[in-house]
Design a protein around this ligand. Sequence first.
Ligand SMILES: [Ca+2]
Length: 198
Amino acid sequence: MRKSLIGFVICFVAVVLATVVQIKPALGSPAPSACGKNLLVNPSFEDGPYPGSYLDLPAGSTTLGAWAVTKGSVDLVGGLWPASDGHNSIDLDGVSFGAISQTFDTTAGKTYVVSFDLAANGYGAPAVKRMQISAASQTADFQYDLKDKPYGRMGWQPKTWSFVAKAASTTLAFTSLDTENGYFGPVIDNVRAQAACD
Ligand SMILES: [Ca+2]
């Protein structure tokens, strides 16, 4: 008798839990899916010279090819830490707060999906690294809190964002929003920009 009662209670709880899970509202609208090829050149920062441990690139540098360094400086990081893809990644704080951008062909009115991996230079402050992604006058801010960084690893976090193009070409930019120190910033790698699926 007692066993059947326990069985009934377990079944009842399971049904309630299943119902709660099913009616749980979605948090925000899902990002659109990406289709087709990556529209970026040198999307993983693997082209160009071998950076050794790291190579500081000031604004105006052409070392990254299709990527322009547009502000302050960034570091092309090689052996200093593991990239999320290939060998190299970019610290958006080189010796000052930096930014990079790349312009690619788009179709006005079409949605594009940008994905990248985000980590942080853990060698110093600020404790929370901040950056902004922008394209076609649309922006989104991202941050990486060092307290979330696993010990001894980069702890790369995949990020996704989408924008609607307004012209036949669009400039995609990654900009450090840090205001402290200038040497140890948000780190990005493995950038993709693809048209959203129709
Ligand atoms: Ca890479």
